[in-house]
Design a protein around this ligand. Sequence first.
Ligand SMILES: [Zn+2]
Length: 58
Amino acid sequence: MIEITPKPKKKKCFDCGAGFMTNPRARFKRKYCDACSKKRKKAWDNQWKIKFEDLEDE
Ligand SMILES: [Zn+2]
């Protein structure tokens, strides 16, 4: 039995332009490098936090 292993592809980060390797087993195709995806996730988390706090004030 031959098992086909997907190969990681080199991609360019949409944000900083740095090259990074994608994980072929990942469910979602990544557009950003590790550093940028962490930054974006943090910003996203903060966005929700801010929205939540805003709702509490009303
Ligand atoms: Zn990046």
